[in-house]
Design a protein around this ligand. Structure first.
Ligand SMILES: Cc1cc2nc3c(=O)[nH]c(=O)nc-3n(C[C@H](O)[C@H](O)[C@H](O)COP(=O)(O)OP(=O)(O)OC[C@H]3O[C@@H](n4cnc5c(N)ncnc54)[C@H](O)[C@@H]3O)c2cc1C
Length: 383
Protein backbone atom coordinates (compact mmCIF):
# COMPACT_ATOMS: atom_id res chain seq x y z
CA UNK A 1 0.00 0.00 0.00
CA UNK A 2 1.14 3.51 -0.67
CA UNK A 3 2.00 5.95 2.03
CA UNK A 4 -0.60 8.51 2.99
CA UNK A 5 -3.72 6.55 3.81
CA UNK A 6 -5.52 3.58 5.20
CA UNK A 7 -7.20 0.98 2.97
CA UNK A 8 -10.82 0.34 3.79
CA UNK A 9 -12.82 -2.37 2.18
CA UNK A 10 -16.39 -2.34 0.93
CA UNK A 11 -17.88 -4.36 -1.84
CA UNK A 12 -21.32 -5.09 -3.17
CA UNK A 13 -20.18 -7.19 -6.12
CA UNK A 14 -17.94 -9.72 -4.44
CA UNK A 15 -14.64 -8.36 -5.78
CA UNK A 16 -12.30 -6.36 -3.58
CA UNK A 17 -12.84 -2.62 -3.60
CA UNK A 18 -9.99 -0.66 -2.09
CA UNK A 19 -10.02 2.94 -1.14
CA UNK A 20 -8.62 5.33 1.37
CA UNK A 21 -10.65 7.57 3.62
CA UNK A 22 -8.53 10.37 4.91
CA UNK A 23 -9.21 14.04 5.48
CA UNK A 24 -6.20 16.26 4.89
CA UNK A 25 -5.08 18.44 7.77
CA UNK A 26 -3.97 21.30 5.54
CA UNK A 27 -5.60 22.76 2.50
CA UNK A 28 -4.18 21.31 -0.73
CA UNK A 29 -3.32 23.31 -3.83
CA UNK A 30 -6.05 21.51 -5.77
CA UNK A 31 -9.34 19.87 -4.76
CA UNK A 32 -10.40 17.37 -7.46
CA UNK A 33 -14.02 16.21 -7.37
CA UNK A 34 -14.45 12.71 -8.83
CA UNK A 35 -12.52 9.47 -8.68
CA UNK A 36 -13.23 7.98 -12.10
CA UNK A 37 -10.63 7.85 -14.83
CA UNK A 38 -10.85 11.65 -15.35
CA UNK A 39 -10.41 12.57 -11.70
CA UNK A 40 -7.59 10.12 -10.98
CA UNK A 41 -5.63 10.90 -14.18
CA UNK A 42 -6.02 14.63 -13.52
CA UNK A 43 -4.95 14.26 -9.89
CA UNK A 44 -1.89 12.31 -10.99
CA UNK A 45 -0.79 14.83 -13.61
CA UNK A 46 -1.20 17.67 -11.09
CA UNK A 47 0.75 15.74 -8.44
CA UNK A 48 3.52 14.96 -10.93
CA UNK A 49 3.73 18.71 -11.60
CA UNK A 50 4.45 19.27 -7.91
CA UNK A 51 1.00 20.41 -6.71
CA UNK A 52 -0.65 18.98 -3.60
CA UNK A 53 -4.00 17.35 -4.38
CA UNK A 54 -7.03 16.03 -2.52
CA UNK A 55 -9.52 13.91 -4.47
CA UNK A 56 -13.09 13.95 -3.13
CA UNK A 57 -15.72 11.56 -4.52
CA UNK A 58 -19.15 10.22 -3.75
CA UNK A 59 -18.22 6.82 -5.24
CA UNK A 60 -14.92 4.93 -5.05
CA UNK A 61 -13.22 4.20 -8.38
CA UNK A 62 -14.63 0.68 -8.66
CA UNK A 63 -18.22 1.99 -8.56
CA UNK A 64 -17.85 4.65 -11.24
CA UNK A 65 -18.86 4.60 -14.89
CA UNK A 66 -15.15 4.31 -15.58
CA UNK A 67 -15.04 0.87 -13.98
CA UNK A 68 -17.70 -0.36 -16.43
CA UNK A 69 -15.92 0.66 -19.65
CA UNK A 70 -14.54 -2.05 -21.97
CA UNK A 71 -12.25 -0.14 -22.58
CA UNK A 72 -10.91 0.34 -26.08
CA UNK A 73 -8.84 3.37 -27.09
CA UNK A 74 -10.67 5.37 -29.78
CA UNK A 75 -12.84 8.50 -29.69
CA UNK A 76 -16.43 7.31 -29.84
CA UNK A 77 -19.71 8.98 -28.84
CA UNK A 78 -18.05 12.24 -27.98
CA UNK A 79 -18.61 15.75 -29.26
CA UNK A 80 -15.74 16.16 -31.66
CA UNK A 81 -13.50 19.16 -32.08
CA UNK A 82 -9.82 19.47 -32.81
CA UNK A 83 -8.96 19.13 -29.13
CA UNK A 84 -10.37 15.60 -29.06
CA UNK A 85 -7.85 14.35 -31.61
CA UNK A 86 -4.94 15.76 -29.63
CA UNK A 87 -6.20 14.53 -26.26
CA UNK A 88 -6.62 11.05 -27.76
CA UNK A 89 -3.08 11.13 -29.16
CA UNK A 90 -1.61 12.14 -25.79
CA UNK A 91 -3.47 9.26 -24.16
CA UNK A 92 -2.42 6.81 -26.87
CA UNK A 93 1.23 7.56 -26.18
CA UNK A 94 0.79 7.15 -22.43
CA UNK A 95 -1.14 3.89 -22.86
CA UNK A 96 1.60 2.50 -25.10
CA UNK A 97 4.11 3.25 -22.34
CA UNK A 98 1.83 1.65 -19.76
CA UNK A 99 1.74 -1.64 -21.70
CA UNK A 100 5.12 -2.34 -20.10
CA UNK A 101 3.60 -2.06 -16.59
CA UNK A 102 1.82 -5.32 -15.82
CA UNK A 103 -0.15 -3.81 -12.90
CA UNK A 104 -1.69 -1.15 -15.13
CA UNK A 105 -3.94 -3.57 -17.02
CA UNK A 106 -3.20 -1.94 -20.40
CA UNK A 107 -2.47 -4.13 -23.44
CA UNK A 108 -2.16 -3.33 -27.09
CA UNK A 109 -4.33 -5.88 -28.88
CA UNK A 110 -5.16 -6.74 -32.45
CA UNK A 111 -8.85 -6.69 -33.25
CA UNK A 112 -11.64 -6.28 -35.74
CA UNK A 113 -14.34 -3.66 -36.27
CA UNK A 114 -17.08 -5.01 -38.51
CA UNK A 115 -20.24 -3.63 -40.05
CA UNK A 116 -23.35 -5.22 -41.62
CA UNK A 117 -23.42 -2.48 -44.26
CA UNK A 118 -21.60 -1.96 -47.52
CA UNK A 119 -17.91 -1.19 -47.18
CA UNK A 120 -17.17 2.53 -47.22
CA UNK A 121 -13.88 3.97 -48.39
CA UNK A 122 -12.70 4.82 -44.87
CA UNK A 123 -12.48 2.95 -41.57
CA UNK A 124 -14.61 4.19 -38.64
CA UNK A 125 -13.27 7.44 -37.21
CA UNK A 126 -12.39 5.87 -33.85
CA UNK A 127 -10.01 3.38 -35.53
CA UNK A 128 -8.28 5.76 -37.91
CA UNK A 129 -5.36 6.79 -35.70
CA UNK A 130 -4.63 3.36 -34.26
CA UNK A 131 -1.97 1.06 -35.67
CA UNK A 132 -1.77 -1.59 -38.40
CA UNK A 133 -5.09 -0.76 -40.07
CA UNK A 134 -6.02 -3.09 -42.93
CA UNK A 135 -9.31 -3.77 -44.69
CA UNK A 136 -10.68 -7.27 -44.10
CA UNK A 137 -11.49 -9.82 -46.70
CA UNK A 138 -15.30 -10.26 -46.32
CA UNK A 139 -14.73 -14.03 -46.29
CA UNK A 140 -12.88 -13.63 -42.97
CA UNK A 141 -15.76 -11.84 -41.22
CA UNK A 142 -18.20 -13.41 -38.75
CA UNK A 143 -21.68 -14.20 -40.09
CA UNK A 144 -23.94 -11.17 -40.54
CA UNK A 145 -21.09 -8.75 -41.24
CA UNK A 146 -20.16 -7.63 -44.73
CA UNK A 147 -17.26 -5.23 -44.21
CA UNK A 148 -14.57 -4.68 -41.63
CA UNK A 149 -11.16 -3.45 -40.64
CA UNK A 150 -8.42 -5.01 -38.56
CA UNK A 151 -6.21 -2.82 -36.41
CA UNK A 152 -4.20 -2.65 -33.20
CA UNK A 153 -5.17 -0.45 -30.24
CA UNK A 154 -4.79 -0.26 -26.47
CA UNK A 155 -7.43 -2.12 -24.48
CA UNK A 156 -7.66 -1.29 -20.78
CA UNK A 157 -8.86 -3.58 -17.98
CA UNK A 158 -10.55 -0.77 -16.07
CA UNK A 159 -10.91 -2.30 -12.58
CA UNK A 160 -7.16 -3.05 -12.49
CA UNK A 161 -6.29 0.25 -14.14
CA UNK A 162 -8.29 2.33 -11.64
CA UNK A 163 -6.55 0.58 -8.74
CA UNK A 164 -3.24 1.25 -10.46
CA UNK A 165 -4.06 4.96 -10.84
CA UNK A 166 -5.19 5.19 -7.22
CA UNK A 167 -1.95 3.61 -6.04
CA UNK A 168 0.01 6.17 -8.05
CA UNK A 169 -2.07 9.07 -6.71
CA UNK A 170 -1.47 7.96 -3.13
CA UNK A 171 2.17 7.17 -3.84
CA UNK A 172 2.66 10.74 -5.06
CA UNK A 173 1.22 12.03 -1.77
CA UNK A 174 -2.34 12.65 -2.95
CA UNK A 175 -5.19 12.39 -0.45
CA UNK A 176 -8.50 10.67 -1.08
CA UNK A 177 -11.75 11.40 0.69
CA UNK A 178 -14.94 9.46 0.06
CA UNK A 179 -18.09 11.30 1.14
CA UNK A 180 -21.65 12.31 0.40
CA UNK A 181 -22.45 13.61 -3.10
CA UNK A 182 -21.89 17.36 -3.15
CA UNK A 183 -25.17 19.16 -3.77
CA UNK A 184 -23.64 21.97 -5.79
CA UNK A 185 -20.34 23.69 -6.51
CA UNK A 186 -20.89 26.11 -3.62
CA UNK A 187 -20.69 23.13 -1.28
CA UNK A 188 -17.40 22.13 -2.92
CA UNK A 189 -16.02 25.61 -2.27
CA UNK A 190 -17.13 25.36 1.37
CA UNK A 191 -15.59 21.94 1.80
CA UNK A 192 -12.09 22.90 0.71
CA UNK A 193 -10.12 26.12 0.89
CA UNK A 194 -7.95 24.96 -2.03
CA UNK A 195 -7.28 27.79 -4.49
CA UNK A 196 -8.14 25.46 -7.39
CA UNK A 197 -11.21 23.20 -7.65
CA UNK A 198 -11.36 20.69 -10.54
CA UNK A 199 -14.71 19.21 -11.49
CA UNK A 200 -14.32 15.63 -12.85
CA UNK A 201 -17.78 14.36 -11.96
CA UNK A 202 -18.84 12.69 -15.21
CA UNK A 203 -22.62 12.44 -15.47
CA UNK A 204 -22.79 13.80 -11.89
CA UNK A 205 -22.02 17.25 -13.33
CA UNK A 206 -25.56 17.36 -14.71
CA UNK A 207 -26.85 18.10 -11.19
CA UNK A 208 -23.68 19.46 -9.58
CA UNK A 209 -23.01 22.33 -12.01
CA UNK A 210 -25.90 22.03 -13.10
CA UNK A 211 -25.44 21.28 -16.82
CA UNK A 212 -28.57 20.37 -18.82
CA UNK A 213 -26.38 19.78 -21.90
CA UNK A 214 -25.23 16.47 -20.40
CA UNK A 215 -27.14 13.38 -21.52
CA UNK A 216 -26.76 9.96 -19.91
CA UNK A 217 -26.19 7.24 -22.50
CA UNK A 218 -26.59 3.99 -20.63
CA UNK A 219 -24.24 1.11 -21.34
CA UNK A 220 -24.69 -2.44 -20.05
CA UNK A 221 -21.98 -5.11 -20.19
CA UNK A 222 -21.54 -8.72 -19.14
CA UNK A 223 -18.28 -9.95 -17.61
CA UNK A 224 -17.57 -13.59 -18.50
CA UNK A 225 -14.71 -16.01 -17.97
CA UNK A 226 -12.38 -15.74 -20.96
CA UNK A 227 -12.37 -18.98 -22.99
CA UNK A 228 -8.98 -18.04 -24.48
CA UNK A 229 -9.69 -14.94 -26.59
CA UNK A 230 -6.81 -12.59 -27.34
CA UNK A 231 -8.32 -10.26 -29.96
CA UNK A 232 -10.99 -7.58 -29.50
CA UNK A 233 -14.11 -7.31 -31.65
CA UNK A 234 -16.50 -4.41 -32.29
CA UNK A 235 -19.57 -5.14 -34.43
CA UNK A 236 -21.88 -2.37 -35.48
CA UNK A 237 -25.52 -3.49 -35.50
CA UNK A 238 -28.36 -2.73 -37.86
CA UNK A 239 -29.69 -0.81 -34.85
CA UNK A 240 -26.82 1.58 -33.99
CA UNK A 241 -27.75 1.43 -30.30
CA UNK A 242 -27.11 -2.30 -30.11
CA UNK A 243 -23.44 -2.89 -30.81
CA UNK A 244 -21.71 -6.18 -30.07
CA UNK A 245 -18.26 -6.00 -28.58
CA UNK A 246 -15.74 -8.33 -27.03
CA UNK A 247 -12.75 -7.07 -25.02
CA UNK A 248 -10.50 -9.79 -23.55
CA UNK A 249 -8.57 -9.03 -20.36
CA UNK A 250 -6.61 -12.13 -19.43
CA UNK A 251 -8.90 -14.33 -17.36
CA UNK A 252 -12.02 -12.31 -18.08
CA UNK A 253 -13.74 -10.82 -21.09
CA UNK A 254 -16.05 -7.78 -21.26
CA UNK A 255 -19.05 -8.32 -23.55
CA UNK A 256 -21.37 -5.54 -24.72
CA UNK A 257 -23.23 -3.59 -25.27
CA UNK A 258 -25.85 -0.87 -25.45
CA UNK A 259 -26.17 2.86 -26.15
CA UNK A 260 -29.42 3.85 -24.44
CA UNK A 261 -29.83 7.58 -24.66
CA UNK A 262 -31.51 9.24 -21.68
CA UNK A 263 -31.79 5.97 -19.72
CA UNK A 264 -30.42 6.34 -16.20
CA UNK A 265 -31.19 3.02 -14.51
CA UNK A 266 -28.10 1.32 -13.08
CA UNK A 267 -29.96 -1.97 -12.72
CA UNK A 268 -28.77 -4.60 -15.25
CA UNK A 269 -31.60 -5.75 -17.51
CA UNK A 270 -31.68 -9.58 -17.85
CA UNK A 271 -33.12 -9.46 -21.39
CA UNK A 272 -30.35 -7.11 -22.49
CA UNK A 273 -27.72 -9.37 -20.90
CA UNK A 274 -29.17 -12.37 -22.76
CA UNK A 275 -29.09 -10.42 -26.04
CA UNK A 276 -25.45 -9.42 -25.44
CA UNK A 277 -24.40 -13.00 -24.65
CA UNK A 278 -26.20 -14.39 -27.70
CA UNK A 279 -24.82 -11.82 -30.12
CA UNK A 280 -21.26 -12.19 -28.84
CA UNK A 281 -21.47 -15.99 -28.96
CA UNK A 282 -22.71 -15.72 -32.57
CA UNK A 283 -19.50 -13.85 -33.40
CA UNK A 284 -17.21 -15.99 -31.24
CA UNK A 285 -18.63 -19.50 -30.62
CA UNK A 286 -16.11 -20.14 -27.82
CA UNK A 287 -18.16 -17.70 -25.70
CA UNK A 288 -21.22 -19.98 -25.77
CA UNK A 289 -21.57 -21.31 -22.24
CA UNK A 290 -18.70 -19.22 -20.83
CA UNK A 291 -19.43 -18.65 -17.11
CA UNK A 292 -20.94 -15.24 -16.45
CA UNK A 293 -19.10 -13.49 -13.62
CA UNK A 294 -20.85 -10.12 -13.35
CA UNK A 295 -23.23 -7.64 -14.94
CA UNK A 296 -22.34 -3.96 -15.01
CA UNK A 297 -24.06 -0.74 -16.05
CA UNK A 298 -22.62 2.73 -16.52
CA UNK A 299 -23.87 6.12 -17.72
CA UNK A 300 -21.76 7.75 -20.41
CA UNK A 301 -21.64 11.53 -19.89
CA UNK A 302 -22.42 12.66 -23.45
CA UNK A 303 -22.28 16.38 -24.23
CA UNK A 304 -22.13 18.42 -27.46
CA UNK A 305 -18.49 19.00 -26.55
CA UNK A 306 -16.20 17.96 -23.75
CA UNK A 307 -16.19 20.72 -21.15
CA UNK A 308 -12.58 21.53 -20.33
CA UNK A 309 -12.43 25.14 -19.27
CA UNK A 310 -11.39 27.31 -16.35
CA UNK A 311 -13.36 30.01 -14.59
CA UNK A 312 -12.06 32.53 -12.09
CA UNK A 313 -14.52 32.76 -9.23
CA UNK A 314 -15.34 35.85 -7.17
CA UNK A 315 -12.55 36.02 -4.61
CA UNK A 316 -9.96 34.74 -7.09
CA UNK A 317 -10.27 30.98 -6.71
CA UNK A 318 -10.13 28.95 -9.92
CA UNK A 319 -12.69 26.37 -11.02
CA UNK A 320 -11.66 24.00 -13.84
CA UNK A 321 -14.24 21.75 -15.45
CA UNK A 322 -13.18 18.42 -16.98
CA UNK A 323 -16.28 16.39 -17.83
CA UNK A 324 -18.60 15.38 -20.65
CA UNK A 325 -16.32 12.78 -22.30
CA UNK A 326 -19.21 10.62 -23.51
CA UNK A 327 -18.04 7.20 -24.71
CA UNK A 328 -14.41 8.28 -24.79
CA UNK A 329 -13.42 9.21 -21.25
CA UNK A 330 -10.71 6.57 -21.11
CA UNK A 331 -9.42 7.52 -24.56
CA UNK A 332 -9.15 11.21 -23.66
CA UNK A 333 -8.08 10.82 -20.03
CA UNK A 334 -4.38 11.73 -20.19
CA UNK A 335 -4.84 14.45 -22.77
CA UNK A 336 -7.60 16.11 -20.74
CA UNK A 337 -5.55 15.77 -17.56
CA UNK A 338 -2.76 17.65 -19.34
CA UNK A 339 -5.34 20.19 -20.45
CA UNK A 340 -6.35 20.78 -16.82
CA UNK A 341 -2.69 21.23 -15.88
CA UNK A 342 -2.38 23.79 -18.66
CA UNK A 343 -5.36 25.69 -17.29
CA UNK A 344 -4.02 25.57 -13.74
CA UNK A 345 -0.37 26.41 -14.40
CA UNK A 346 -0.08 27.48 -18.03
CA UNK A 347 2.69 24.92 -18.39
CA UNK A 348 0.87 21.89 -19.82
CA UNK A 349 2.35 20.39 -22.94
CA UNK A 350 -0.86 19.48 -24.75
CA UNK A 351 -3.42 21.61 -22.98
CA UNK A 352 -5.89 24.04 -24.40
CA UNK A 353 -3.72 26.96 -23.32
CA UNK A 354 -0.97 26.13 -25.81
CA UNK A 355 -3.06 24.16 -28.26
CA UNK A 356 -2.09 26.44 -31.13
CA UNK A 357 1.44 25.03 -30.98
CA UNK A 358 0.00 21.80 -32.33
CA UNK A 359 -1.80 23.42 -35.21
CA UNK A 360 -5.20 23.72 -33.60
CA UNK A 361 -7.46 26.70 -33.25
CA UNK A 362 -9.73 25.52 -30.47
CA UNK A 363 -10.29 27.60 -27.38
CA UNK A 364 -11.52 26.40 -24.04
CA UNK A 365 -15.06 27.60 -24.69
CA UNK A 366 -17.83 25.57 -26.33
CA UNK A 367 -17.60 25.80 -30.09
CA UNK A 368 -20.41 26.59 -32.47
CA UNK A 369 -20.44 23.58 -34.73
CA UNK A 370 -20.04 20.36 -32.81
CA UNK A 371 -19.90 17.08 -34.61
CA UNK A 372 -20.03 13.76 -32.82
CA UNK A 373 -17.72 10.84 -33.52
CA UNK A 374 -19.28 7.46 -34.01
CA UNK A 375 -22.83 6.48 -34.82
CA UNK A 376 -24.57 9.24 -32.99
CA UNK A 377 -26.72 12.06 -34.35
CA UNK A 378 -25.38 15.55 -33.72
CA UNK A 379 -26.43 16.81 -30.33
CA UNK A 380 -27.90 20.23 -29.86
CA UNK A 381 -26.02 23.03 -28.21
CA UNK A 382 -27.01 23.88 -24.63
CA UNK A 383 -29.62 26.61 -24.44
C1 LIG B 1 -20.49 0.32 -21.20
C2 LIG B 1 -19.48 1.43 -21.40
C3 LIG B 1 -18.42 1.23 -22.23
C4 LIG B 1 -17.48 2.22 -22.44
N1 LIG B 1 -16.41 1.97 -23.25
C5 LIG B 1 -15.45 2.91 -23.41
C6 LIG B 1 -14.32 2.64 -24.21
O1 LIG B 1 -14.18 1.54 -24.77
N2 LIG B 1 -13.38 3.62 -24.34
C7 LIG B 1 -13.51 4.84 -23.73
O2 LIG B 1 -12.63 5.69 -23.90
N3 LIG B 1 -14.59 5.12 -22.96
C8 LIG B 1 -15.56 4.20 -22.80
N4 LIG B 1 -16.66 4.48 -22.04
C9 LIG B 1 -16.87 5.85 -21.53
C10 LIG B 1 -16.11 6.11 -20.24
O3 LIG B 1 -16.38 5.08 -19.34
C11 LIG B 1 -16.53 7.46 -19.63
O4 LIG B 1 -16.39 8.49 -20.58
C12 LIG B 1 -15.65 7.75 -18.44
O5 LIG B 1 -15.70 6.68 -17.53
C13 LIG B 1 -16.04 9.03 -17.72
O6 LIG B 1 -15.14 9.11 -16.64
P1 LIG B 1 -15.25 10.23 -15.54
O7 LIG B 1 -14.11 10.04 -14.62
O8 LIG B 1 -15.41 11.55 -16.22
O9 LIG B 1 -16.64 9.92 -14.80
P2 LIG B 1 -17.03 8.73 -13.81
O10 LIG B 1 -16.27 7.51 -14.08
O11 LIG B 1 -18.52 8.65 -13.85
O12 LIG B 1 -16.58 9.26 -12.37
C14 LIG B 1 -17.26 10.35 -11.78
C15 LIG B 1 -16.77 10.53 -10.34
O13 LIG B 1 -17.36 11.73 -9.83
C16 LIG B 1 -18.00 11.47 -8.61
N5 LIG B 1 -19.13 12.37 -8.46
C17 LIG B 1 -20.14 12.57 -9.34
N6 LIG B 1 -21.00 13.49 -8.85
C18 LIG B 1 -20.52 13.86 -7.63
C19 LIG B 1 -20.96 14.75 -6.62
N7 LIG B 1 -22.09 15.47 -6.75
N8 LIG B 1 -20.23 14.87 -5.46
C20 LIG B 1 -19.09 14.15 -5.32
N9 LIG B 1 -18.62 13.28 -6.24
C21 LIG B 1 -19.33 13.15 -7.38
C22 LIG B 1 -18.42 10.02 -8.70
O14 LIG B 1 -18.66 9.49 -7.41
C23 LIG B 1 -17.19 9.42 -9.40
O15 LIG B 1 -16.18 9.18 -8.43
C24 LIG B 1 -17.62 3.49 -21.80
C25 LIG B 1 -18.70 3.69 -20.92
C26 LIG B 1 -19.61 2.68 -20.73
C27 LIG B 1 -20.76 2.91 -19.77
Amino acid sequence: MSAGGRWLSADSRGSPIRYVAKVPADSPDVFVIGAGVSGLSTALVLLEAGLSVTVYAADPPQRTTSAVAGALWGAHLVGADQRVHHWAQVTLRRFRDLCAESAAGVSELRGLVASPGMAGPDPPSFARDAGGLIRCDPADLPGGYTSGWRYTAPVVAMPAYLDYLMDLVLGEGGQFHLGQPLRDLAEALDRSAAPVIVNCTGIGARELVPDPALTAVRGQVVIAANPGLTEFFVGEGADPDQVSYIFPHGATVVLGGTHERGEASLRPDPATAARILASCAAVEPRLAGAPVLAHRVGLRPVRPQVRLEAQTLPGGRQLVHNYGHGGAGVTLSWGCARGVLAEVTGQGEYGVADFARYGGTATSTVGANPEVCGQWPPLTEPK
